[in-house]
Design a protein around this ligand. Sequence first.
Ligand code: MIC
Ligand code: SF4
Length: 755
Amino acid sequence: MTFDIDMIKKVYERYPERIAAARQITGKPLTLSEKILYTHLWEGNATQEHERGNSYVDFAPDRVAMQDATAQMALLQFMQAGKAKVAVPSTAHADHLIQARVGAEADLQEGINKNSEVFNFLSSVCDKYGIGFWKPGAGIIHQVVLENYAFPGGMMIGTDSHTVNAGGLGMVAIGVGGADAVDVMAGMPWELKMPKLIGVKLTGKMSGWTSAKDVILKVAGILTVKGGTGCIVEYFGEGAESLSATGKGTICNMGAEIGATTSTFGYDDSMRRYLTATGRQDVVDAADQIAEHLTGDPEVYANPEKYFDQLIEINLSELTPHLNGPFTPDLATPVAEFRPKAEANGWPIEVEWALIGSCTNSSYEDLSRAASIVEDAVAKGVKPKAILGINPGSEQVKFTAERDGFLNSFRKFENARIFTNACGPCIGQWDREGAEKGEKNSIIHSFNRNFAKRADGNPNTHAFVASPEMVAAVAISGRLDFNPITDTLTNEAGEQIKLDEPKGSELPSRGFAVEDNGYQAPSEDGSKVKVAVDPNSDRLQLLEEFPAWDGKNITGARVLIKAFGKCTTDHISMAGPWLKYRGHLDNISNNMLIGAVNAYNMETNKVKNQLDGSYGEVPAVQRAYKAAGIPSIVVGDQNYGEGSSREHAAMEPRHLGVKAVLVKSFARIHETNLKKQGMLGLTFANESDYDKIQEDDIVNFLDLEEFAPGKQLTLEFIHTDGTKDIVMANHTYNSQQIEWFKAGSALNLIKQQEN
Ligand code: MIC
Ligand code: SF4
């Protein structure tokens, strides 16, 4: 039976009434996104219209998902909230901490050995508080959620930016920081600014080498990494219905890369098929009773320009395969145009590694299509030039793919490696031989992110994102500019051959199978379960409260760093080798901003220490300021904090005494994380003021004492020559969020309110 089916039925029972209330209040046909949002209002039936892009709204999500690298901090915070059990169904998934090195079995065992302290902590906290725990090897959070928990019309939050993957089954699923998850698990409302809506109308039908991945690679090229900020992307049209549910998941998943709050699709037959295949006929039966509410109204899809804030149309019949990258997921290039662009930019053409997997593209369908390419190449006598690495998305996918022979198809390549059902190379959990040499090279993968250093730690690795079938084709040819539609390959007999188009199965014809799915149910009564954290551990550290604001203006502050250009959460709090400290705030703070480029010398991890004029590493310099009682601020560029949901990127500066982050613009999750942790997240009222800020400036806040919603803050930058600039800063704090700042963090406020 489906997990939490009673909860799902309750959600559906209240749908008709809540939709009726929403229709009455808004007086217009509704998009799917609005239906899901309005049926999940904390207050119950809608009593007022919420202005898109403006009103803050309290929601009541149906469930919470967490992964091991963020769950540690989320649960350390939850433990402080004083609750006996989580208020909504919640799960934690062990997937980020396992390194890809030699192959699935050995890597999994090594991952368990190395991380046992953390896995035991997660397992016991989950047991205690009523949280389902998916053990190491069970699979990647978003595939496991899609297979077991996602349901059309539901709303969930998850402590990972790719939580949005569940839009593939018609959810509004949103990535958040751990502190937001704590709100929901503690039974409190969860706040979000009412998103704007981008409609994407898909016409036509894909064929040949084109895959669902190419839809989102194309959309990323159109909208760029910040074009989706504050928006839900809703896909519709005959083209949408022609895509499989896991293909829809791929598209929604990578919506994180355009900064979208989430993406979703209306309930259709592909979802029915997927739910049935994954053992959830009961969800189909329940959903079918209210099917009309689980998709946008026909008037909306007939006249989308009237109901969406922005509209994009893509004809799937004309869409061709893309490669996106390097270093940013929105640099989209159709495969047919790749060669001249690569030559002009000096991108290395030859690839040594091609990787299939990640939460984005590791479904049964993905593996089957990629395997068909490999089989074809073997049959035609072509040897692959690159090494092909594969991370299946879940134990269920792996077990079924093994049974159906796909994994053996890959194994026909002597240089294929099947890794664990886990994130692996996607998050730098990859022991790539030779990466430390820092050589300029290219890799291709079916993941979603390709920021510098992300996969193998080498800043000179150019990573390109493509569909699993293109990754397989490039692995065989060894060249990024290989266009399987037009180009030939030379086989071992010296003949010119062409690869056949990929063939695959949306779902296993014999059904999914699995022996041990890796799930651990929590105890009914967890009150006796002990959660131990060793005070001497270097992996886990109980949290201490951040101090409350002293009510005064911040004065005499220093500019710790002015970050130049792209500054993602990978730059602020690197993953890979640092993942091991995700449960230990003080230790992980030693990676704070070490990847950010200092605008004053264009170097990373080298900033001026104003105490003695020397240059030092960012965390060390900040620790020196903290010890000397000197406040500091961080200055940044556009879309600061792009990428991950990791709240460490906000907690580390908070812990080390940074007071404010002043940037041209923020990515949504990071801005909220800063607010939740009691930091000041501010934006330049005039972006060009960024240029006025100098390395040796002294910074004074002039009117923080009057901090209020909608009121700009005034900062004074005093330069060494005695001149000064007044910089106006905008902020988006509402009155509740200002209370978080005053209390020192949102969690402090929860605790105050409990007492
Ligand atoms: C990522 O893909 O960057 C991660 C690792 O999954 C993160 C979460 C994390 O940093 O733990 C994300 O996307 O939110
Ligand atoms: Fe894991 Fe990569 Fe997906 Fe993040 S994007 S959840 S690291 S597979």
